[in-house]
Design a protein around this ligand. Structure first.
Ligand code: SF4
Ligand code: SF4
Length: 144
């Protein structure tokens, strides 16, 4: 399956990937409305970490053997049979946060303004290329 790979040597920590991700996962898909006019406020599923001159973006690795799928008590977390992406079915999630506890990369979040469902990268389901990859000004993210 195709995954997102990071190139930390060219990431400048501008956080545009976070902005595009948040807007992509909003109801309106409009930047001002997404940030100022939606409740619950959408959240980014990609996180930029910085230390000194180093910065890089973190998101779900869509593991071969995903511990979050194994740990999920309601089968809300599952692997999509078509794309191979690990996805969360919001309607089944009960917010027990087992997936957060077992994720080795720390990239599953409590989502959607405290609605009590898990939130994670879905590789921009339905898009040919995830928006963080498509819009990074330095090509610091690759989808291959
Ligand atoms: S948009 Fe690209 S350069 Fe900017 S923080 Fe994200 S990965 Fe780094
Ligand atoms: S928070 Fe939701 S997706 Fe995560 S383990 Fe619990 S029920 Fe499953």
């Amino acid at each position: 399956m195709k995954r997102i790979y990071i190139k930390e040597d060219v990431c400048i920590g501008c956080r545009l990937c976070e902005v595009y991700c948040l807007v992509q996962h909003s109801k309106s898909k409009k930047i001002i409305k997404a940030y100022k006019g939606e409740y619950p406020k959408p959240i980014s599923r990609i996180l930029v970490e910085e230390k000194g001159h180093l910065s890089f973006a973190l998101q779900c690795r869509h593991c071969e053997d995903p511990p979050c799928v194994e740990a999920c008590i309601t089968s809300a977390m599952y692997r999509d049979p078509d794309t191979g992406a690990v996805l969360c079915n919001d309607s089944k999630c009960v917010g027990c946060w087992m997936c957060i506890m077992v994720c080795p990369f720390g990239v599953i979040m409590r989502g959607k303004g405290g609605l009590g469902v898990a939130s994670k990268c879905d590789l921009c389901y339905g898009e040919e290329v995830p928006v963080c990859v498509a819009n990074c000004p330095n090509e610091a993210l690759e989808f291959r």
